[in-house]
Write a protein that binds this ligand. Sequence first.
Ligand SMILES: Nc1ncnc2c1ncn2[C@@H]1O[C@H](COP(=O)(O)OP(=O)(O)OP(=O)(O)O)[C@@H](O)[C@H]1O
Ligand SMILES: [Mg+2]
Length: 353
Amino acid sequence: MIPPVVECIRAAKSFGPTRAVEDVSFAVGPGEVVGFLGSSGSGKTTLLRLIAGFETVSAGEVRIADKVVSSPYDHVPSERRNVGVVFQEYALFPHLTVAENVEFGLGKLSRHERRRRSGRVLEMVRLDGMGRRYPHQLSGGEQQRVALARTLAPRPVTILLDEPFSNLDASMKSEMRREVCEILKESGATAVFVTHDREEAFAMADRVAVLQSGRLEQIDSPSALYHSPATPLVAKATGACDFLPGRIRGGRAVTDFGSLAVAACSGGLREGTEVDVLIRADDLQLAPDPSAAAVVTSREFRGDEVLLAVRTPSGATVHCRRHHYSTLECETRVRLFPVRSEPFVAFPRRPGA
Ligand SMILES: Nc1ncnc2c1ncn2[C@@H]1O[C@H](COP(=O)(O)OP(=O)(O)OP(=O)(O)O)[C@@H](O)[C@H]1O
Ligand SMILES: [Mg+2]
């Protein structure tokens, strides 16, 4: 079996009383791109710093290319880990040209080899011909690509990226995402990036790991996380959603507008269990029906769609996406029906939740 390139085994880091990273285990395979998704303060940067070797672990292990590089007893310094890091503020040296910036980390190689490598990576990031410019003569996106080229040039075993696009505007961001993704795949690099932006995580990562308060909630493909989240927290982190109360009867969740097929979830769903059924805005459709008990309570025109909020008889609110030409107005009584092809995901209701 091919060993993982990066592996954390029950890794933890505390700063005094703050547990920034707790009991985190995962493995990243060769050529894989894994994105950590978490809100501010969830431990994303700390985790990258543990892998890079800028921090020591309080417990557990970090392994790179099957060697322990961090444990409470061992710490291989950052410069001996062969890891490339792209930070949020991708500080280029302002007094060096683009080519010199890229060649900076290649000190051990001959001059000829340095030139050859920097030429090759600049081509890869589509900046060939710009080697003689200085950073201030580049756009933000171009500077970002130089930073990436500089990181790729020494051929690190893995690349770590900390919120690499947070300085860019929205349109630039999606273009850069696509480009960086292509560059990573083309170079065969193994990469770990962190972000608080789920679109970014979904667009770039082969697998996404949801981080919350320093803990890893779930790691899986973007579609598996979205469709089959293991916890309500992962459901919320991966997209807008509502929770509809129900009770398990005959293997289905009985709700106040009908019974829904549910997937068996962790912990099992015994007969009579009270559950919260996860509803995404595409899961239900509606039809006007004056005799129905559900009612449209708000209507938000979003340009490419209309988002309706519907109150069910028990007082729960679910959202439904409609075509942008939809004329359904507030106060309309509607019948709800499921249009999801897969069974719904239901979470056992915790007492007091
Ligand atoms: N050097 C430090 N000393 C003390 N506490 C720290 C230190 N570094 C991080 N922390 C704390 O650890 C927690 C995680 O911080 P971290 O920087 O990893 O979060 P993050 O997910 O990267 O957040 P952001 O999205 O805001 O960058 C926070 O509560 C933070 O205050
Ligand atoms: Mg951070």
